[in-house]
Write a protein of this length. Structure first.
Length: 100
């Protein structure tokens, strides 16, 4: 009884994550502004991390948790750099003492 309920919830969560990822990728491609695309990319990475977490439970291993951490780090760095580019047109600060 419990195992069939767990299998139902795992299967339904993977299906829902797939549908959410397809809708988010549609917004990522079609997004009217760059800010919409950045938010869609951040959402897609969160959905991908959740999917990998569910697959880690399905396969009963902890080895996928390292990949979740890697996806989170890459997503954070890319979101911050793209946001800085949108805000000022440059990613790195050129006003430090070494460049004078």
């Amino acid at each position: 009884m419990i195992e069939s309920l767990i299998n139902f919830f795992i299967t339904s969560s993977i299906i829902l994550f797939g549908i959410a990822l397809i809708l988010t990728l549609f917004r990522l491609v079609k997004g009217p502004t760059t800010a919409d695309r950045v938010v869609a990319f951040d959402t897609a990475s969160a959905i991908l991390m959740s999917t990998v977490g569910v697959l880690s439970v399905v396969f009963g291993t902890f080895s996928f948790l390292d990949s979740i951490l890697l996806i989170a780090i890459i997503s954070f760095v890319s979101t911050v750099s793209i946001s800085r580019f949108i805000e000022g047109g440059h990613v790195f600060n050129a006003n430090n003492k070494r460049n004078r």
